[in-house]
Structure formats: C-alpha cells, structure tokens
Design a protein around this ligand. Structure first.
Ligand code: SF4
Length: 261
C-alpha cells in the first residue's frame, strides 16, 4: 500500500495539518495536492535550482583555530566551521553542520544544535523534527532551499542531544553572526529556548516571548517552539502555528515601505 503525504504525516502524529485559510478546502499545499506516493518522495523538498544553495568549500587549512571570521565569504566560512575545534563539542561529532538553504533568503530559521541524524548527514533538521519543520514551512507555502535558510546555534552535536552550554553557544556565535551578515534575511525565527538565548541573550520562558517582535542586527526576530519539543507536546502545535502566522505578518510589515506621512 502506498501512502500519500497527508497519510504519512498522520501516521507520524503530525496531524492536524496546518492549512492556510485562503487555500481551497481540502487542499493543504501544492505538494499535498499532488499527493506523491511515499515510494517516490524525496527525503526533503528539492531546493530551488536558480539560487545558490551549496557554497563552495575551500580546502582544509592546517589550523584555523580561533581566527576571526569577520569578512569571510561562504567558502571560507564553511571550511572554517567544518574544521572548527573551538569548543569541546568538536570531540564527539561526526561532522560539523553549518546550515542549509537559499543563500538569498527571506526567512532564517535557527534551531539549537544538530541531533544524531543531522550529525551523520551534515544537514540540519533531517530527522523527525526536520520532517515536522518541513511541514511547518509547507503550511506557509515556503520550503527549505527556496527563500529559506536553516541553521543552528551550535554547529556540532551536543552529546546525548543535551542542550548546548552557554560557553559552547558563545564559542559558536561568531559563525552564526557571520551567517546572518551574509544571508541578510528579512526575518529570523528562533526555534526553542537555546536559540533564543544564543541570538537574543534572553533567558525568559519561551511562552513570555511568543507573539512579540524582537530585533537582531536590524532584522526582525520572532520566536516559537523547537520542532523536537512539538513532537513531545503535540497540543502546542496550535501555538506554533500562531507563531508562524505572526512571523509572516512581521515579515510582510518589514517588507512594506513606510508611508511618507
Ligand atoms: S560547536 Fe561551533 S565552536 Fe564548537 S567546535 Fe563546533 S563549530 Fe566550533
């Protein structure tokens, strides 16, 4: 038996699917409307082909430890991350996970750190939480690789998927700062408390920060729950949906030029 996409998500506990109100009834997305059979589904949505999504990587240098990253272009930055040994997380990683997506994005989603599957594959959000994130993006009619970039606060897997420590996030922060400077997204959405701490330096409960507009480097920032948390707390998916709609409103407001009066 082959399952279509909605059935797969239902099997995974991701239902109810998020649906834009202005869509036709019964149609959850273009992808869902096409109802690809599971056997033919790629593991992730295909990235846009007309945008730069895979920066070149320069050859490994002998040692780049603790060198400044200001001014680095994508190839050098990516190589620096892959070679980095600036915090203890480098010891148990299979590989560092710099990030993935459109290098000219509207949206930048920032999570916590790579999990086991991300560590193995070198791409953020590819496990169950990644599938849920893709469903969240799909509900907004966006997809990774198409005006969306996805990164993490720390680029190497914390052992046992624990929360990254403050010192580890601080060590990794220059990479994230340089990524933001290169990407120049129109909005940043922080996924979970660790990402909030890493970018905004806030330790307030996430619930107290939802539905508010923050700013980082002149870019609007909003927060929501990490998809891994949502997998354990499915009722909070409705709150995450509200957060995404709020983020989209913030993005649209940011993209609308102010009236001259
Ligand atoms: S987590 Fe960041 S700072 Fe630590 S080793 Fe990995 S890339 Fe370097």
């Amino acid at each position: 038996m082959t399952l279509n996409r909605e059935q797969i998500l239902a099997e995974m506990g991701f239902t109810p699917l998020w649906v834009l109100r202005d869509r036709e009834p019964g149609v959850t997305s273009t992808a869902a409307a096409n109802a690809d059979p599971v056997d033919e589904m790629p593991p992730l949505p295909a990235p846009a082909v007309d945008r730069p999504i895979s920066p070149e990587i320069v050859p490994s240098a002998a040692s780049t430890a603790a060198l400044p990253v200001d001014g680095l272009a994508w190839p050098e930055l990516t190589r620096r991350i892959l070679d980095c040994q600036d915090c203890p997380l480098c010891r148990q990683r299979k590989q560092a996970v710099p990030g993935v997506g459109d290098l000219d994005p509207d949206w930048l989603f920032i999570g916590e750190g790579p999990g086991a599957e991300e560590d193995a594959r070198g791409e953020p959000f590819v496990g169950q939480a990644g599938k849920l994130l893709d469903a969240m993006l799909d509900s907004l009619d966006i997809a990774r690789g198409n005006k969306v970039y996805i990164a993490n606060a720390v680029k190497c897997r914390p052992p046992g998927n624990r929360t990254p420590e403050a010192a580890e996030m601080a060590a990794c922060r220059p990479y994230l700062e340089r990524q933001v400077a290169l990407l120049k997204p129109k909005i940043i959405v922080l996924l979970g408390k660790a990402a909030v701490h890493a970018v905004l330096g806030e330790d307030k409960p996430l619930a107290a920060m939802r539905g508010k507009r923050f700013e980082y480097a002149g870019i609007p920032v909003t927060v929501t729950y990490h998809p891994a948390y949502l997998l354990r707390n499915l009722p909070d998916k409705a709150k995450a949906w509200e957060d995404l709609l709020f983020a989209r409103r913030v993005l649209r407001e940011a993209a609308t030029p102010a009236l001259p009066f």
